[in-house]
Design a protein around this ligand. Structure first.
Ligand code: SF4
Length: 61
């Protein structure tokens, strides 16, 4: 069952990660897709992708 926005519990501030710059995220994701590389970031659906991709970093498998 999906909770509505009003009933969903919010994460504590210390657990929230910055989303990062959308164009930087897109740039890194396009590079990964274009070169058909495998990264632990994408394979593991890492929650830190926003922060790492904004710094133009990724970890290859
Ligand atoms: S480089 Fe960043 S996004 Fe990739 S796995 Fe490590 S912490 Fe996650």
């Amino acid at each position: 069952m999906v909770k509505s926005a009003e009933t969903r519990e919010r994460l504590p501030e210390w657990l929230r990660r910055p989303i990062g710059n959308a164009s930087d995220l897109s740039t890194v994701q396009q590079i990964i897709k274009h070169h058909q590389t495998h990264t632990i970031c994408e394979e593991g659906r890492c929650p830190n992708r926003g922060e790492c991709y904004a710094q133009k970093t990724a970890t290859f498998c």
